[in-house]
Write a protein that binds this ligand. Sequence first.
Ligand SMILES: [Zn+2]
Length: 339
Amino acid sequence: MLLKQLSNLDGAAGDEQAVREFIRAHAEKHVTSTTVDALGNLICYKKAKKKRPVVLLAAHMDEVGFMITAKNKDGTLRFSRIGGINTQVLLAQMVRIGKEKMPGIIGVKPVHILEEAESKKMPKVEELYMDVGANSDKDLGDVHIGDYAYFSSTYEKLSSTTVMGKAFDDRAGCSLILEMIEKTFPFPLYAVFTTQEEIGLRGARVIGNRIHPDYAIIMEGTGAGDSPSDKDTANTPMLGKGPTLTVKDRSMIADPELLRRIIAVADRNKIPYQIKQPGIGGTDAGRIQISQRGVRCAVIAVPARYIHSPASMMSLKDYRNARKLAIAVLKDLGRTEGK
Ligand SMILES: [Zn+2]
């Protein structure tokens, strides 16, 4: 299954190579050309009879991760975060480090020796370290400063509809687009897999300046809000209630006309959807929308609990409905526009 394979691959910002190679190998059978630009974005182009509308689908390949910043004399490793990871989720997590995927753990003191006051405070990320069981900095094998590290969790199927994995943000989007490009559309289609989204939508900036689409639809994995600890809030979006549509996040306001059209397509096809809690998060759409003379952008996302942690949780129902909705929207664009 593509989603499982993609989520299990390691690829933080700047280290997307394994993800890119996997996607390229799968995409090549279904598109006219594939190109990789200087930032590592993978651009797949699918030619069609009609010239317009030019449609761009985009998903980011990178996930959150870590970089080794120093070797301590005792053989432990200092690290920094790549992308937004809450310190709360780091403690005692198992990791894999460097090219050799050396197993290790983010060390914490056991409860037995923890002072009362210490146990109540959250350590700073600079105080944390990775431990691979080495005795000294000379004993670290093939681990180097600047190496990447990742949560060592893998994809699990929890029920017929619920799955758990480390990188649904945004391998869910990558997997959806890979499935979508197997279909034929009457207009030229760019399927773009971007780099460095998690550190400031950087790959997308270059894409927006290179491709001039009439419409861009960004496929994402987005944070679900339905954890039982927030009972007083609106708890949106929820798992299993459909893909989310963005009206406004921190990076953009979705094109109102395109959004209305997506909602009309969903209603007509009886596909459930949820409006993403406005004002939260940001996506590559924020860069693509304001590139060149501007691009009509929308975001369709699969909600996942616990994103940017070792294990996020997603409903396959939402995943399938996101695919159904995106394909129906593309068909609608093909039917009503262009020559
Ligand atoms: Zn994302």
